[in-house]
Ligand binder design. Sequence first.
Ligand code: FAD
Length: 429
Amino acid sequence: MSSKRENGASRPRVLILGGGFAGVGAAQKLEHADADVVLVDKHDYHTFQPLLYQLATGLLEQTAVGHSLRDLLHDQENTVVHQDVVTGIDLAARQVRFEQLAPVTYDYLVLGIGAEVNFFGTEGAAEHAFPMYTLVDAERLKDHVLRLWEAADRDPSLVEDGALNVVVVGGGPTGVETAGALAELYRADFAKDYRGIEPEQARIVLVEAGPDIFSMFKPNLREYTREALEKRDVELMTGVAVASVAPTRVTLKTGDVLNAHTLVWGAGLQGNQLVQSLGIQLERGNRIGVGPELNLESHPEVYAVGDIAAITDQKTGQVLPQLGSVALQSGHHAGETIARRIAGKKTKPFAYKDKGTMATIGRGAAVVQMLGGKTMKGFKAQVAWGTVHLALLPTNEDRAKAVVDWAGEGFTHQRVGRITVETGEREPG
Ligand SMILES: Cc1cc2nc3c(=O)[nH]c(=O)nc-3n(C[C@H](O)[C@H](O)[C@H](O)COP(=O)(O)OP(=O)(O)OC[C@H]3O[C@@H](n4cnc5c(N)ncnc54)[C@H](O)[C@@H]3O)c2cc1C
């Protein structure tokens, strides 16, 4: 039910779907709007995806990467949070259906349900690969790797079969960051944890179908990254695609077979499948094309933000990449714009403030490329990366937790989260 204004009229309802950077960003900017704000996410937490690989490799704890959505928004009196799965969106009726909640109608809708993994039809990948897009994915990978090392410790013949080998697919930031972090976990921590296993018996292979890794970066940063990975004993295979994945073997399109009981998939994204039911024409990668103010031309009360949206940068004319800073800024813009419309004020187009493209490869090794083309690498770049990512974390408490864990690892090279906890069946992510 909408609440009433003093004159008896109903307050408009703003329905926000998704509690990622985009959805939470929109909700925060509606705090003082004369509206009822409803945010629904299938999880009861906000996921900080850029740090998932640090959770998967034991560097950060779960609560530094996932934050309660209710906690983030409980001070906003006009906002309620529900945990439920969106099952259908009827743009004509201005109504959203859920798995369990009764259908909710809206005056304004913010679509922030993000992207999901794309296996590009690779045989066996959906069943056997470990994607790296959700908190569940990161926990699953960590538990899987720890269990394999314990098993190999009990039965060394498993090492020969490739139990400790990892194939990481995708030479973009997700693949490179995960491969680099796994290498540090293997070569620094596990080398001491499992003294009976020679570190070189465990291979980490990064496979990229394109001609080079980090295609979005300039050649000097690519070369630096290749060297940084090789220094960490990560084997690079470029120009090679994966044909199929089985539980203990990875077959490449060349016909070669790699013995590996773990394949991490960091190769592709597509917009949330749900958008296919909207009945609108979608852009490349299943994304929703939006106008300069981030709403749909055919339904100006509907805003699409973050990874689900194809947002054209007003300055460059290019579609903006699927990044946390794009999601947060576009969410803020949609929230602000709706608040202004409700207040009868003028609105303006979205203008993205580019903080640069960046990625870490490991301790003291990172790359940054600024909009004007300026580049940074090494420790300086890692500090810049840390600053930008700390700013994206939702609360000061989360920032403090991340800084303590990063500093601890920096001094002691210890990854604190190297334990498995039996929890029984997991829900799919
Ligand atoms: C491994 C990894 C590393 C990354 N590293 C970086 C980085 O270093 N820097 C950077 O800027 N960006 C990085 N990104 C990209 C960045 O994390 C995303 O661009 C950003 O999270 C997108 O935010 P979003 O709010 O659009 O979507 P999401 O964060 O995906 O949030 C979508 C929300 O919608 C919810 N949802 C989905 N479907 C439903 C449904 N049917 N019903 C209800 N709720 C639903 C989900 O639970 C989720 O909470 C990385 C991404 C990944 C996966």
